[in-house]
Design a binder for this molecule. Structure first.
Ligand code: DX5
Ligand code: ZN
Length: 234
């Protein structure tokens, strides 16, 4: 099923929280999705891992295709895979709204960005902890979202690397209001305010939301702690 991309979901200037499905109970996916949507999540972050680019395998195209029918949220699809160009179309057909790929796996990101645009997708690029912001110099203006990894990609539930906020601070002023700045990994009630103050406007939160006893209260608390202090607050 092809679903028209929900670009407005990304372009409205406000804070967004994107629970990561990686922390959900995979034995009860439909219930988990219903619960997270009802709880007021803004986007659904989908961490796709191939066991090559990262040392873990999560889920892929058939799972996304199945859950598309059970969830109306924007699918913020984070591809931690080699050869993202090879699978882009299949992810669109499965129901991805936006695709974020890793700059580290493509020699020249521009052809892939063009391709994703032609497929009607929101386009994101991700930076590993060791990748500097300068890696985006040639493509920053062409993307909808920059994902700054605040853990080593591959696993949920890791500790937040606060030194990555330096990159967030450097990127914020270089982005237009229609471009999103996402932080990904280890975000929770203890660090969301720092991340938003540094300039992040899109917060991936797996463990902090899906593993909370009450995801709706967890989302409310994260929003309250974030206090809309970021660059999109005006
Ligand atoms: C790590 C993933 C993250 C992670 C977030 O490779 O990209 O999205 O699952 O999960 P938590 O919030 O549990 O760190
Ligand atoms: Zn992710």
């Amino acid at each position: 099923m092809l679903r028209p991309p929900q670009h407005d979901d990304l372009r409205l200037p406000r804070l967004r929280i994107a629970p990561s499905l990686l922390a959900a109970d995979f034995a009860r996916l439909a219930d988990e999705l219903q619960r997270i949507e009802a709880a007021g999540a803004d986007l659904l972050h989908l961490d796709v891992m191939d066991g090559h680019y990262v040392p873990n395998i999560s889920f892929g195209i058939p799972v996304i295709e199945k859950i598309r029918g059970a969830c109306g949220l924007y699918f913020d699809t984070h591809l931690m895979i080699m050869e993202p160009d090879r699978y882009a179309e299949a992810f669109v057909k499965a129901g991805a709204d936006g695709i974020t790929f890793h700059t580290e796996v493509v020699r020249d990101p521009r052809p892939l960005i063009d391709r994703l645009r032609r497929l009607g997708l929101g386009v994101g690029v991700s930076l590993n902890p060791r990748t500097p912001v300068t890696a985006l110099n040639d493509c920053l203006a062409d993307v909808d979202l920059v994902n700054v990894m605040t853990v080593e990609p591959g696993f949920g539930g890791q500790a937040f690397m606060s030194d990555m906020l330096e990159k967030v601070r450097a990127l914020g002023p270089r982005l237009r209001p229609d471009q999103r700045l996402e932080v990904d990994g280890g975000l929770n009630r203890d660090n969301i305010a720092q991340a938003v103050a540094a300039g992040a406007d899109t917060i991936v939160a797996g463990t902090a939301v899906f593993r909370a006893a009450n995801p709706a209260s967890a989302l409310d608390e994260l929003r309250r702690l974030a206090g809309y202090a970021g660059r999109c607050a005006e």
